[in-house]
Design a protein around this ligand. Structure first.
Ligand code: SAM
Length: 212
């Protein structure tokens, strides 16, 4: 389902800071070669993540779902000089691709990639987060949110991607386990009085959540 007019998206991209060469290369290579290239955040959302991160100036960022490293590099742009971004990817092949891109970036020393299941890896990370980006398997969004919540600093932020799930959440009745899980996640956030939040209709939908 087309949820954002293609023309509007193209126009918005034209009036958005162009990606730097490494990000352009990652997106182009992924679009051409990765069977799940649609998973990459891409130019418009990537620049938005960079802007948000630059506003927050985080010391500690957690990303759940690295894929090939595109969004991690966008988020890393806002890190404080002594800041670190941890990112978790289940699939070894994608983690390897991401690691190779991180090594070529200015954030080589400040991005720490973990391979494995996010819930298991998260248990081992003894950090308190300024910013968390949830972008792994949709079925587990609420679990990721609840698992990470105690470790988000007061006033810290959680961003969740794909909260419109290709428009599937707009249909009644809801079909498919992913659309149902995302809808359940959105309702969970709505009912959570520990946070304030806004849903942006950018790309596939972004939920921006601030812990009170
Ligand atoms: C939508 S992609 C992430 C895209 C990336 N954040 C970006 O914007 O460029 C989701 C990624 O989460 C990973 N993933 C899925 N289940 C996971 C799990 N249980 N633990 C960690 N990563 C997982 C997938 O392998 C996939 O690479």
């Amino acid at each position: 389902m087309e949820i954002i007019l293609e023309k509007a998206g193209t126009y918005a991209e034209a009036f958005t800071t162009p990606d730097e060469p490494l990000l352009k290369e990652i997106e182009a290579f992924t679009m051409e070669n990765h069977p799940q290239s649609h998973m990459i955040s891409g130019h418009l959302q990537g620049q938005l993540l960079s802007q948000i991160s630059s506003m927050i100036r985080p010391e500690r960022i957690l990303e759940i779902g690295t894929f090939v490293g595109y969004s991690a590099l966008c988020l890393a742009k806002g890190l404080r000089p002594d800041g670190v971004l941890h990112t978790i990817e289940l699939r070894e092949a994608d983690a390897q691709t991401a690691r190779a891109y991180f090594d070529r970036s200015p954030y080589k020393e400040r991005i720490c990639i973990h391979t494995g299941d996010a819930l298991t890896v998260m248990e081992q990370l003894k950090e308190n987060w300024d910013l968390v980006f949830i972008d792994a398997d949709k079925i587990n969004y609420t679990r990721y949110y609840e698992a990470v919540f105690p470790f988000v600093k007061k006033g810290g932020w959680i961003i969740a991607d794909n909260v419109l799930f290709h428009g599937e959440v707009l249909k009644t009745p809801l079909k498919g386990k992913n659309a149902k899980a995302i809808d359940q996640f959105n309702r969970h956030i709505l009912a959570d009085n520990r946070v304030e939040h806004v849903m942006l209709t950018v790309r596939d939908g972004l939920m921006i959540i601030r812990k009170k």
